[in-house]
Design a protein around this ligand. Structure first.
Ligand code: HEC
Ligand code: HEC
Length: 366
């Protein structure tokens, strides 16, 4: 009976049954990972063991912050890879070239500034387009930069550079690299990259699925989740699991047209809707300030959550990225001058509240 509930679980009651069933009956290694801190938002299935962190950046070259295992060179040659509708073909070695990664769809976007297309090889500064893609969509472990205002992007680069924005997960080497990049950029490069990404639209890229279960995933060094072969599933629990819609196209081809799926807890969209639009849980008296857990987001992010001035759009963006930001803002590892406006927003939010808010804003049309 309980197993039946698990397989077909839809609705809050079912979520409850799943939770009780699994905490009682599943083997220890399958018990849902501890959810605080939300390591899944950083691309890890478990919290960091004490003392574990990314290697320290060996020198000022941003690439020196990366995990050595991610810098292994792919052999030259091999077959030319193709993608549907792509203007060009590439060898695998060129797909993820540090200083000139594949631009599958050059007609999608204006000409990239040199720093976006190539980075600055002599200083180990990898192309922005490698991690954020030429169209600015980025993957879950990086984040989307398309459709943000140029002013906002420059503020973030300044915050990374000034040491007021870093990851609260010590394993996140790519954020360390982002910090080093911001330190290395000239003002002219920063401005060119900011204007470029600001000129690109943010469009639908992530499909949200309310579910009691999720594909079982494995982590990768940089924080991309990939579903296990064979289609195994497991209880989602209080997490959001983001996976590529087509793992091969995302991971091997780095296809900037192939988006993500986000599995969110059953009931999180309704709860998130209430928190985002009223600042309070569903069904409570919103006029009673004691019920307010947060401030309705639309006031600053625009009623449609697509951004207003230099306040960034938050609709339809990576839920892993969004959750990391809410958590880092609450932890204080993201603490730049403008980020202080978010202090009162996150101060009283529980992990569950943040999950619900993230699920809802991800589900909004960008
Ligand atoms: C090695 C990968 C990598 C490269 C190369 C890279 N970034 Fe990033 N970037 C990241 C990661 C990772 C984050 C998210 C940090 C986090 O979640 O803690 C990020 C975040 C950002 C953000 C913040 C977005 C937001 O919504 O606040 C901006 C802006 C940004 N990058 C701009 C750039 C620019 C401009 C370049 C090129 C000059 C660049 N990045 C190159 C990895 C990279
Ligand atoms: C008082 C104004 C204000 C309110 C209300 C507000 N925000 Fe923000 N938010 C900001 C500002 C300003 C920034 C940009 C901070 C910076 O420049 O670092 C921001 C940044 C963010 C970011 C990071 C975006 C990125 O690209 O990195 C997220 C996520 C976010 N807000 C979510 C929310 C949510 C969810 C709510 C409602 C529950 C909300 N905000 C309510 C002002 C606000």
């Amino acid at each position: 009976m309980k197993r039946f509930v698990f397989r077909t679980a839809i609705g809050p009651l079912a979520t409850f049954c799943v939770a009780t069933f699994f905490s009682a009956a599943i083997p220890a290694q399958d018990i849902l990972p501890q959810t605080s801190p939300p390591s899944w938002a950083y691309g890890y299935l478990v919290p960091p063991a004490p003392g574990v962190s990314a290697p320290a950046c060996a020198d000022a070259r941003p690439i020196s912050c990366a995990y050595p295992s991610t810098l292994v060179k792919v052999p030259e040659g091999g077959p030319l890879l193709e993608l549907p509708g792509a203007a060009k073909t590439f060898h695998l070695v060129d797909v993820a070239a540090d200083y000139g990664p594949a631009d599958w769809y050059p007609n999608d976007h204006p000409v990239m500034p040199d720093i976006v297309a190539h980075g600055r090889e002599k200083d180990g500064l990898r192309a922005c387009g490698l991690c954020h893609f030429p169209n600015g969509k980025g993957k879950m472990e990086n984040g989307g930069v398309a459709g943000l205002s140029s002013g906002y992007i420059l503020k973030q680069l300044a915050d990374f550079k000034n040491g007021v924005r870093h990851s609260s997960d010590p394993r996140k080497a790519n954020t360390n690299e982002m910090v080093a990049i911001a330190k290395s950029l000239t003002d002219a490069e920063a401005k060119a990259a900011a204007d470029y990404f600001a000129s690109l639209p943010w469009t639908l890229w992530i499909k949200v699925i309310e579910s009691a279960t999720t594909p079982k995933v494995r982590g990768t060094t940089n924080g991309l989740f990939l579903p296990l072969d064979g289609g195994a599933t497991e209880p989602l629990g209080q997490r959001i699991i983001e996976v590529p819609e087509n793992p091969e196209r995302t991971d091997k081809y780095r296809d900037p047209h192939s988006g993500f799926l986000a599995y969110v807890p059953v009931g999180s969209l309704a709860k998130g809707h209430a928190l985002v639009t009223t600042g309070a849980d569903p069904g409570v008296d919103v006029k009673d300030t004691a019920n307010k857990k947060t401030i309705a987001c639309g006031a600053c992010h625009g009623a449609d959550l697509k951004g207003k001035g230099d306040v960034p759009g938050i609709a339809g963006r990576s839920p892993s990225y969004t959750m990391r930001q809410l958590w880092d803002l609450q932890q204080g590892t993201r603490n730049g001058p403008a980020a202080k406006m978010m202090k009162g927003v996150v101060a009283k939010l529980s992990l569950d509240d943040m999950i619900a808010i993230t699920a809802y804003v991800t589900s909004r049309e960008p």
